[in-house]
Design a protein around this ligand. Structure first.
Ligand SMILES: *Cc1c(COP(=O)(O)O)cnc(C)c1O
Length: 374
């Protein structure tokens, strides 16, 4: 049996090696390492794929969030609502910009932000909401946008984990996650669903004014070389990474399909086990399974993780400490009551899921999990 990894980037690379190697060598030969043609091609192709007007590439998913928030001209102390149950990058940039993160709870079934919790958290100081499409499923964007628009609040979607996911509106209209809010962001970190071979990220928007602003901020606050209108930063996607992404984007839907097949195998293997809650699909979204995450009831989760480790099976807890319990945010000194976030934080475990898994591996993993739990 091939070694089991949380994500198998090497086997995936070998399947597209011929194409990727050529594209990378072409960049080396052109020596247009910064802002070369592949960067422009990739922005155009991703915009077409997502059905969004503007894609602005940048250096990583954390920068994308930071730049999107910078584009809103918020004042120190303005409030930004985000889930606590997410990767730290989502909330860290809020504090970095001297804004105040306001943590809300998530839904038990979807792991994504809970609308009632968002509504309750809105105050006159709320200027932005950052929903996170966690593990590969979209937040329920239609009610969220209704709520935000009613209060004149910006929405920046953190779509680092759900690129390619489709959200369906009540009238049947479909849009890609990340393109529904005022802005969306993503990460091309290698292990993400659309990963490059280093760091990378992008911002999306249908708003021409915001697009121009994002571009300017990512380029030292400038549209004209050596003339700087506003304080920005330097955040670029390397040409080599764009060349890799141009190839991988063509495979993205097939990659999502492979991930869904893995999830379906796990679902049926664990069906009916009363200690294991498998991912619950929401009717308004597809799932691209960035992670396959179980909720375990009455199981020693770290014991299971250790049992699996002895059998050379990796399993991860995403994330062991939620935002509202992180030391870096204690300065905000707010006593949060987020029972679902705390409940999930104690019970989730993610199993290996990627585009290169075979049945032998899946059989071995599911058998090993059940052996411990039953
Ligand atoms: C990975 C990730 C990010 C950050 O992306 P980087 O490219 O690593 O900076 C932000 N938010 C979420 C939800 C992520 O999973």
């Amino acid at each position: 049996m091939r070694a089991i990894q949380m994500v198998d980037l090497k086997s995936q690379y070998h399947k597209i090696k011929h194409e990727v190697d050529k594209a990378v060598i072409d960049v080396l030969e052109s020596s247009a390492f910064i802002n070369g043609q592949p960067v422009h091609d990739f922005s155009d192709q991703l915009a077409t794929y997502l059905g969004v007007k503007h894609v602005i590439p940048c250096a990583n998913g954390t920068d994308a969030l930071q730049i999107a928030l910078m584009a809103l001209d918020l004042q120190p102390g303005d409030e930004v609502i985000t889930p606590s149950f997410t990767f730290i990058a989502t909330t860290e940039v809020v504090a970095l910009l001297k804004l105040k993160p306001v943590f809300v709870d998530v839904d038990k079934d979807t792991f994504c932000m809970n609308m009632a919790s968002v509504e309750k958290a809105i105050t006159p100081k709320t200027k932005a909401i950052v929903p996170v499409h966690l593990y590969g499923q979209s937040v329920d964007m239609e009610p969220l946008m209704d709520l935000a628009n009613r209060h004149g609040i910006y929405v920046v979607e953190d779509n680092a984990q759900a690129i390619g996911c489709d959200y369906t509106f009540a009238d049947g209209k479909i849009a890609k996650a990340g393109t529904i809010g005022h802005m969306g962001t993503t990460s091309f970190f290698p292990a993400k669903n659309l990963g490059c071979y280093g760091d990378g990220g992008a911002m999306f928007t249908n708003d021409d004014i915001l697009a121009a602003k994002l571009k300017k901020i990512a380029n030292h606050g400038s549209d004209k070389r050596y003339y700087h209108e506003i304080v920005g930063c330097n955040s670029r996607l390397d040409t080599i990474q764009a060349a890799v992404l141009n190839i991988k984007l063509k495979h993205l839907d097939a990659y999502a399909k492979a991930r869904n097949e893995v999830a379906a195998y796990y679902n049926s293997a664990f069906a009916g086990n009363r200690k294991i809650i498998t991912p619950r699909p929401a009717p308004y979204t597809t799932h691209v399974f960035h992670q396959y995450t179980l909720v375990l009831e009455g199981v020693d989760r770290f014991g299971l993780q250790q049992h699996l480790a002895h059998k050379q099976i990796p399993a991860m807890v995403y994330y062991p400490v939620p935002g509202h319990r992180q030391e870096m945010f204690q300065q905000f000194n707010v006593a949060y009551d987020l029972p679902v976030t705390d409940y999930l934080t104690e019970r989730v475990i993610s199993l290996p899921i990627h585009t290169e898994m075979d049945e032998e591996q899946l059989k071995y993993i599911t058998r090993s999990v059940l052996e411990y739990i039953n």
